[in-house]
Design a protein around this ligand. Sequence first.
Ligand code: NAP
Length: 278
Amino acid sequence: MLTQSPPKTALITGANSGIGLELTKRLLNEGWAVIGFMRSQFPTNEPILQAAQTAGRLRSYQAELSDFGQLRTALQTIKQQETSIDLLFNNAGRSIERLLFSPQGRELSFELQSVVPYIIAMELKELLLRGQHKTIINTSSNALLTIKQFQLDQLEKPQSFKKLFGPYASSKLALSLWSQALAPQLEQEGISVLSVCPGANRGSLKTNNGLPWWIRPIHGLLFKHPSTGAARLYNAAMSQQPNGSFINKGQVTPLPAAQQAQAVLAKVHTIYQQAFVR
Ligand SMILES: NC(=O)c1ccc[n+]([C@@H]2O[C@H](COP(=O)([O-])OP(=O)(O)OC[C@H]3O[C@@H](n4cnc5c(N)ncnc54)[C@H](OP(=O)(O)O)[C@@H]3O)[C@@H](O)[C@H]2O)c1
């Protein structure tokens, strides 16, 4: 008798909205199992989600990801309940409208979009090693290409704020830089990591508030449906792009401040050790 092999599994942060939601639906449509790691619930008006939840092919874990207490508890539960992960999508995040800080006291974009993806990658590495694809896709942004001067010492407590092109862009550059610096180490364990810009996609209204005033009127016209961003993340995950690279519009793209990549990796690793592992 033929036994059915279990479906491949993707963990997606921010799976309940926008790009993460479209990626979730696409992978479910293709027979994958999806683990949603998010602070809100899935929408209730999507039949594919309800069917997959009933079949056990869509599971979810809740946490405010920028709160290390909640993050630690949820990651422990995931490690207890799940057996393997093939693809890890660190996707949760959005451009915020003013300077905000995490419960640990670091600037929120940096905490959520640079540090938390590193923590999740480190904590779920064992599950990834039990999967087949062994791939991490970090959702970055081409806003990072606008950064002229990257100031490592400003990441935790910036002295100024700009929507999209301030701490948000810096946090995405930090994410892409540590991805690049960590790739050779991860490769030794058989794990690949890429950071990928999903392009300009229509996000939730909350996302819109974090955009500069001059982008907001054209947002609905020029920004694409979030399934476009989901396709960019999906294509990168299935591609054979050089390990550690930043992918923008499907192309390997050089990062500003690449000489600071090791220093960024050291910074997020120290925060992980001192504030999360303890
Ligand atoms: N849209 C674009 O044009 C664009 C361009 C480049 C990069 N990106 C990146 O793409 C990713 C997805 O963005 P999107 O456009 O799909 O935005 P979105 O529709 O606003 O979705 C953002 C997701 O992140 C989650 N999230 C935000 N803060 C969180 C927190 N503190 N803890 C837990 N979850 C949190 C949200 O949860 P809630 O629903 O609970 O708020 C939501 O699930 C983000 O990393 C964003 O920076 C987007």
